[in-house]
Design a protein around this ligand. Structure first.
Ligand code: PEP
Ligand code: MN
Length: 334
């Protein structure tokens, strides 16, 4: 981190900033020019609040030259992380296909969809048991019973299961869940992230509705700081002024994050677009730009789905996407 001081800074003001920086455990390199003094902060600059420094009267500007995320940073961990989930993995050679309904609705619905998506190429089964709905009057999910049904579907098909947690108190219910999802609305629920950091379960961390990549990586950092390195990032679209799609799919995040972090990044074109017919082209684009996998909502009867029917694919449509993606990967990964 570099702080440029105003040319009006007096010796005692400079000394007082330097003392403050040293008091938090950082070293300071002082460069006095004819017109300006520049301070180079050396050490773990996460210990200092850059905004606080920038706000001091004698400071003209502050530039961060190292990112505040350490565990997630590719600089300190050049090799891609592979997150192992049962017999499969995310981030290695296998392209991950997480498919299933938005919400677990019944045994018949879930097991039926699980069998179909497995046959058609899914590597994991998704299904929401605790649903973060915008309206409290909408279906809130089957909760513990939904998780039991997911576990049953896993026994039937062998597919690892992915489901969302909304409250750390529910963790005991997630014992047999293979991947715990943190939804967009909870990306910055730091207390939840800290609790998940104490587990060793793979965590699928969705991007917040209006969060920058840096904030997203800092949330991953919360989990990793607790010792849980099994983090999978999921781009699911961000809020913009556009209304033809539910969100705006930020595919550039896949390329940017590949540089910034060693964590695998998957894409959810269902929540990104909100429209079933846009899922296939966006899934293809995600595969082409290097995503480690996809999360796609699939329902046996989208018209009657209790949640997110308009963006849900039928199993047949999912099968088409899976086949098309395989062809794209032949080129993209060649
Ligand atoms: C979901 O995957 O069911 C979900 C609620 O997604 P998001 O958190 O991305 O809105
Ligand atoms: Mn959904």
């Amino acid at each position: 981190m570099i702080a440029v001081l105003k040319n009006t800074a007096t010796d005692s003001q400079i000394q007082s900033i330097v003392d403050w920086i040293r008091s938090v455990g950082l070293d300071v390199h002082i460069s006095r020019g004819e017109y300006q003094t520049v301070l180079g902060l050396i050490g773990d600059t996460a210990k200092i609040d850059g905004d606080l420094l920038a706000g001091l009267e004698v400071v003209e500007s502050v530039t961060r030259i190292s990112e505040p995320f350490k565990s997630a940073n590719r600089k300190f961990h050049p090799d891609d992380t592979i997150v192992h989930v049962g017999d499969t993995s995310v981030g290695g050679d296998i392209f991950t296909f997480i498919a299933g309904p938005c919400s677990v609705e019944s045994e018949e619905q879930l097991i039926g969809i699980a069998r179909e998506v497995k046959r058609l190429g899914a590597t994991m089964l998704r299904g929401g048991a605790f649903k973060p709905r915008t309206s409290p009057y909408d279906f809130q999910g089957l909760k513990a019973e939904g998780i039991d049904l997911l576990v049953e579907a896993k026994k039937e098909t062998g597919l690892p299961i992915v489901t969302e947690i909304m409250n750390a108190n529910h963790l005991p219910l997630f014992e047999d869940v293979d991947v715990i999802q943190v939804g967009a609305r909870n990306m910055q629920n730091f207390e939840l992230l800290k609790e998940l950091g104490k587990t060793r379960k793979p965590i699928l961390l969705k991007r917040g509705l209006a969060n920058t990549m840096k904030e997203w990586l800092m949330s991953a950092e919360y989990i990793m700081a607790g010792g849980n390195e099994n983090v999978i990032l999921c781009e699911r679209g961000i809020r913009t002024f556009e209304t033809y799609t539910r969100n705006t799919l930020d595919l550039s995040a896949v390329s940017v994050l590949k540089e910034l972090t060693h964590l695998p990044v998957i894409v959810d074109p269902s929540h990104a677009t909100g429209v079933a017919r846009y899922v296939k082209p966006m899934a293809y684009a995600a595969a082409a730009c290097g995503a480690a996998g996809l999360m796609i909502e699939v329902h046996n009867d989208p018209k009657h789905a209790l949640c997110d029917g308009p963006q849900s694919l039928t199993p047949e449509q999912f099968g088409e996407v899976a086949q098309g993606v395989a062809r794209i990967l032949e080129v993209a990964r060649a």
